[in-house]
Design a protein. Structure first.
Length: 66
């Protein structure tokens, strides 16, 4: 789910329970304009950070220990 700064849902993509959350992140961010993208450790990947940087936004994602 993609939410705005007030936590209101903007986009939702339902997937199977065993699907990793990060697989839907590019589709959720497609066409989005933002100054920053906040996400949890599950979204820590260089590919997603590149997508966010290409949007002109700052990625605020804690590093995953792996």
């Amino acid at each position: 789910m993609l939410a705005d700064t007030l936590g209101r849902p903007l986009r939702v993509i339902l997937t199977a329970g065993q699907t990793a959350d990060i697989t839907t992140a590019p589709a959720l961010l497609d066409g989005l304009r933002a100054d920053a993208v906040l996400a949890d450790k599950a979204y820590d990947s260089n590919a997603l950070r590149a997508i966010i940087a290409a949007m002109g936004a700052t990625a605020v994602i804690p590093s995953n220990r792996t």
